[in-house]
Ligand binder design. Structure first.
Ligand SMILES: Nc1ncnc2c1ncn2[C@@H]1O[C@H](COP(=O)(O)OP(=O)(O)OP(=O)(O)O)[C@@H](O)[C@H]1O
Ligand SMILES: [Mg+2]
Length: 248
């Protein structure tokens, strides 16, 4: 359902992604791993056109979602970003109540039906495994939540607009082990309804949550395969060196 075809990406003269082709299936979790600066975030951001916001960049190749090139002139970028949600490394709740954070996208969409909004907020908080912790304080500021709770709130906010795909750029790297394991369980559970692409520096995390793993180095996709294969018997020496901690 997601396909990158012969992708080259440049920041000015800097060639950040080199001839990358990759397919990701529906309802799977794909992990991107690799040393810092190898292009994981750049590649991830292509799929909801977040790189469009950066000046002096150039893209060659195609990014297809369900067969449509999302860089076609006819594509409505805000509609695309509703289909392809994103969760960042640092939780970034809005300075509003817990409830309003999750309701935000619906309100922007012009939804006025209060009951419908309430239902969707609860459903999204449930799906993000946060409902039990916040159901009695929905009117409190999102900033009163812990970091791990804030990150699950951001996931709930992404879910509330019913995306098909969720991009996560190191969603647990700022969290403690317990919050991290909650996020990992959550990712695992979400994949029955969503297609998830996650960048992580944590090998155990990639091995635990993903079905497929892509290993990047210096702008190249060195190896992409079933996660088990990547971690147990990779084809490439660079992958082997990286996963065994010999560099990066
Ligand atoms: N806005 C930008 N302008 C210019 N160069 C950039 C920009 N963003 C990233 N780069 C460069 O592109 C390369 C890839 O960066 P990217 O952020 O995609 O790496 P990454 O694999 O996500 O790294 P990390 O693991 O540290 O997050 C790096 O060399 C980086 O310096
Ligand atoms: Mg990054």
């Amino acid at each position: 359902m997601i396909e990158a075809k012969d992708i080259n990406f440049y920041y000015g003269d800097f060639h950040a992604l080199k001839n990358i082709s990759m397919k990701m299936d529906k309802h799977t979790v794909t992990a991107f791993i690799g040393p810092s600066g190898c292009g994981k975030s750049t590649f991830l951001r292509l799929f909801n056109r977040m790189n469009d916001l950066i000046d002096d960049t150039r893209l060659e190749g195609q990014c297809l979602i369900d067969g449509q090139n999302i860089y076609d002139k006819s594509v409505d970028v805000s509609a695309l970003r509703k289909r392809v949600g994103m969760v960042f490394q640092k939780p970034n709740p809005f300075p509003q109540s817990i409830f309003e954070n999750v309701a935000y996208g619906l309100r922007v969409d012009g939804v006025r039906d209060k009951q419908l909004i309430r239902n969707k907020v609860e459903e999204s908080l449930q799906a993000a495994a946060l409902w039990e912790e916040v159901k009695d304080k929905l009117k409190k500021s999102a900033f009163e939540l812990s970091g791990g709770q804030q990150q699950r709130l951001c996931i709930a906010r992404a879910l509330a607009i019913s995306p098909d795909i969720i991009l996560m750029d190191e969603p647990a790297s700022a969290l403690d082990p317990i919050s991290t394991s909650k996020i990992e369980d959550l990712i695992y559970n979400l994949k029955k309804d969503y297609t998830i692409v996650i960048v992580t520096h944590n090998m155990q995390q990639a091995a635990r949550v993903s079905d497929k793993t892509g290993f990047f180095m210096l702008g190249n996709l060195v190896e992409y395969n079933d996660t088990k294969k990547i971690f147990l018997s990779p084809e490439m020496e660079e992958t082997q060196n990286y996963i065994t901690g010999r560099f990066g």
